[in-house]
Write a protein that binds this ligand. Structure first.
Ligand code: NAD
Length: 465
């Protein structure tokens, strides 16, 4: 793991206030809208200059990396120049995907676990995109930013408090973006819910419930992919290991870092049962996986209170039989939405005491981006949301506009891993959140829903592959 870069938080304050804002390139709204993005530049501590063709180095081309590589070769203005994985065949497979899409064969890097550092130093790149196991997100993102590239990483961006700060400080010092690719913020139902919140249908938002409830036992015990690394976290960590799928979209609805902030949390884990039980029932007596010991409680629940008094229930369970859910409840003074199944109740609009299907609100409140045929019908990687998040990132970099999600979102949502682990270890003691924005949350307006020109939408994704 890389050492802290030495920049102090005070150094950044000087930089950000004295020079950063004035020196930043600020695109016009028209420029940004033409590329299908909306400028958040007025509130970002810096905005990077536009990049005509975004040259990408991709690190970690397993399950999720392959999804992104397949997306990126279809997005106008994106070009994968280098690919890196510890497994040479995966590098070659990615090189073939890029070549078959009509680009030059990207340079391959597969000389061991730190070969991404060579890639960052040797290749002319604008963006380093990471879909490695969790423990490599921070070293790759730091290597990228320290060599002048923007960083985009899969989730969570980090799982220790120090690493979250390291990423914030490095992004500020190098003035390179560090973006956590939380695809659930781009899912159709989450964007519809955010639209309902922004249009005021729920009234004042008071409370949310969310989580990551996904039976991953088969995947965790697999002899390939995530089975090679994800189960190991359950042997040494006890808390919420994967908070951002549920929490990210909810944080946007609750204006976190945009007028409000997470203040503190309490967290509690129950018994650890599911993984051992699964191993005992699925593997022969002499399989070493039967002897593994786990500390991660199957069910972890946390409560978060915001500085302005909103409350959040956050759950995590990946180790027991259950259908998938992110819960997705948002309660306001005028109504409530709930996921799984998706439903809504709005006072004065819905029949008294009754749910309506969320689908009934699509005609009126569907997010404009989800009206695009290409997004709605996308098949690879969780429907259209992965294509949409990759498209938005490239469009923002090309337009010289601030990307939708920033390093403060990444750190604030991911630090929940570390804080829940600490609270669980200390009998659910309340743990304060750090303020990664250093007070800027007070003046940053609510997260805007980007509303692209409808005619720009079909141009975002090439339809031909
Ligand atoms: N957003 C989502 O919906 C979603 C879904 C699945 C996984 N993920 C995230 O994506 C990331 C990867 O998950 P996955 O399912 O693709 O796992 P995976 O195991 O299939 O892929 C990881 C890849 O990284 C490679 N790798 C490991 N160490 C490396 C290193 N030091 N340098 C270069 N390559 C290295 C592995 O060989 C492998 O190809 C994780 O952070 C995970 O949480 C996100």
């Amino acid at each position: 793991m890389n050492e802290p870069d030495g920049a102090t938080r005070r150094d950044f304050l000087k930089l950000g206030v004295a020079g950063g804002l004035g020196a930043a390139f600020t695109p016009t709204i028209a420029q940004a809208a033409a590329a299908g993005v909306q400028s958040g530049s007025a509130h970002a501590p810096f905005v990077a200059a536009p990049i005509e063709r975004v040259r990408i180095g991709f690190v970690g081309i397993g399950g999720m990396g392959t999804v992104h590589v397949n997306n990126l070769v279809r997005i106008e203005g994106a070009e994968i120049r280098a690919v890196c994985d510890i497994v040479e065949e995966k590098v070659q497979r990615a090189q073939t995907i890029v070549e078959q899409a009509g680009f030059a064969r990207p340079t391959g890097y597969s000389r061991g676990r730190r070969d991404f550092e060579r890639m960052c130093h040797e290749d002319e790149l604008d963006l380093v995109y990471t879909a490695t196991p969790w423990e490599w997100h921070v070293p790759v993102a730091l290597a990228a930013m320290n060599s002048g590239k923007h960083a985009a990483t899969e989730i969570p961006v980090a799982y220790t408090l120090d690493d979250c700060w390291r990423l914030v400080e490095t992004s500020e010092r190098t003035r390179r973006y560090c973006i956590m690719m939380e695809n659930c913020c781009y899912d159709r139902r989450e964007m519809l819910i955010l639209n309902l919140v922004r249009r005021g249908l729920l009234g004042e938002v008071l409370h949310a419930e969310c989580g990551y409830l996904h039976d991953l036992r088969g995947i965790k015990f697999s002899t390939e992919g995530e089975g090679l690394w994800r189960r190991a976290h359950a042997m040494r960590r006890n808390g919420n290991l994967y908070p951002t799928h549920g929490l990210g979209p909810v944080a946007q609805c609750l204006d976190i870092n945009h007028g409000d902030r997470f203040d503190y949390l309490v967290s509690m884990s129950g018994n650890s049962r599911g993984l051992r039980l699964y191993a005992a029932e699925h593997f022969p007596d002499d399989d070493p996986r039967r002897r593994e010991q786990f500390v991660l409680g199957d069910v972890n629940v946390s409560l978060i209170r915001t500085a302005k008094g909103k409350t959040i229930y956050l759950a995590h369970n990946c180790d027991d039989p259950r259908p998938y859910s992110r819960i997705n409840i948002v309660q306001g003074t005028r109504g409530i939405v709930s996921g799984y199944p998706d439903r809504v109740h709005i006072e004065g609009r819905s029949p008294k005491d009754q749910w309506e299907p969320l689908d009934a609100y699509r005609d009126e409140f569907e997010h404009p981006l989800w009206r695009a045929e290409l997004i709605r019908t996308a098949t690879g990687g969780h429907g259209g949301m992965d294509v949409l998040e990759d498209t938005r990132l490239i469009a923002a970099l090309r337009a010289g506009a601030a990307p939708d999600l920033d390093v403060y979102d990444a750190a604030t949502w991911s630090v929940v891993c570390a804080l829940t682990e600490r609270s669980v270890a200390e009998r659910s003691r309340p743990i304060d959140f750090p303020d990664f924005t250093r007070g800027r949350w007070r003046t940053t307006p609510p997260f805007e829903i980007p509303t692209p020109q409808p005619e720009a939408l079909p141009m975002l994704v090439q339809d031909s592959l």
